[in-house]
Design a protein around this ligand. Structure first.
Ligand SMILES: Nc1nc(=O)c2c([nH]1)NC[C@@H]1CN(c3ccc(C(=O)N[C@@H](CCC(=O)O)C(=O)O)cc3)CN21
Ligand SMILES: CC(C)C(=O)C(=O)O
Ligand SMILES: [Mg+2]
Length: 275
């Protein structure tokens, strides 16, 4: 079934869990789109997993458009959300609407995602007023890395937990169609999910969320060096890829590849003229 922001909201009413994954390019988007996944996020995590930065802060609107366009070309049925990168919606409302507008126009994705609650509420409202669907993101918001002092679990104190609950309600009122809850305690995520009628999409926030999202490289074990507690390996693509590459280099070295069936022929009479 085709997923839209409307089917997303309806899923919660029906008690159906939503699954999302990230994608950053055409090939992977096509693979993911061919599954039962409900939504694809072109995450600004692309700065870390495709560009090798150690945070998401350096990612630009142009980066998001570049990858977003590639992903959308590979998608037929899945809702595509593109992250707005750091500093693209933090200054003026006009800039936020302009950047979101460029992202949607140039990628043809369905929605954007922004990090934060009360601080960015005017921007969220402005984007929705401009008819751009918005996904919220609370808890561990990686663009606030330098304020949080690291990628750390959020919402553990009474004050921090209350702010997350309040922010979720404010975002719902503003009209967001779903909210990512990243790395907050399970019980707090349960409470937030019960307090609002739009779906919560959890990452590191437990099973009480209305859906889940993971970075695909994490759940397919493609980076041995990134293993936070919330990641589960669903398939060992890292190993499959390495084994495939080992077979390839072995066979090239041993002259086993390429074989006759991988090569092209030409007519003998043409060949004779070449000598
Ligand atoms: N590959 C990848 N996967 C992600 O999920 C992801 C990114 N990159 N980049 C952007 C953010 C950063 N994220 C992160 C990164 C590290 C931790 C981490 O190390 N967490 C600790 C918990 C620390 C604590 O106890 O407070 C852990 O052990 O899980 C969590 C989320 C999630 N996002
Ligand atoms: C981890 C998800 C929620 C994200 O924001 C990203 O991939 O950038
Ligand atoms: Mg992100």
């Amino acid at each position: 079934m085709k997923n839209t922001v409307v089917t997303f909201i309806n899923s919660k009413k029906k008690g159906q869990k939503l699954s999302m994954l990230t994608a950053y390019d055409y090939t992977m988007a096509k693979i993911i789109d061919g599954t039962e996944i409900n939504g694809i996020l072109v995450g600004d995590s692309l700065g870390m997993v495709t560009l090798g930065y150690d945070s998401t802060l350096a990612v630009t609107v142009e980066d998001m458009i570049h990858h977003g366009r590639a992903v959308v070309r590979g998608v037929k049925n899945t809702l595509v959300v593109v992250d707005m990168p750091f500093m693209s919606y933090h200054n003026t409302l006009a800039e936020a609407v302009d950047n979101a507008g460029r992202i949607i126009k140039q990628t043809q994705a369905h929605a954007v995602k922004v990090e934060g609650g009360r601080e960015i509420l005017d921007k969220v409202k402005g984007l929705i007023k401009a008819q751009i669907p918005v996904m919220g993101h609370l808890g561990l918001t990686p663009q606030s890395l330098n304020i949080m002092g690291g990628f750390k679990v959020q919402g553990k104190s009474e004050e921090a937990a209350k702010k997350i609950i309040e922010d979720a309600k404010l975002l719902e009122e503003a009209g967001v169609f779903a909210i990512v809850l990243e790395c907050i305690p399970e019980k707090l995520a349960d409470l937030v999910s019960k307090s609002i009628s739009i779906p919560t999409i959890g990452i590191g926030s437990g099973g009480g969320c209305d859906g889940q999202i993971l970075v695909y490289q994490d759940m397919l074990n493609m980076d041995e060096d990134f293993k936070p507690k919330f990641v589960k390996t669903f398939a060992d693509a890292g190993l499959v890829i390495k084994e495939g590459i080992k077979k390839y280099t072995d066979q090239v070295r041993d002259g086993e590849f390429p074989a006759a069936e991988h090569t092209f022929t030409m007519k003998d009479e043409v060949l004779e003229k070449l000598y």
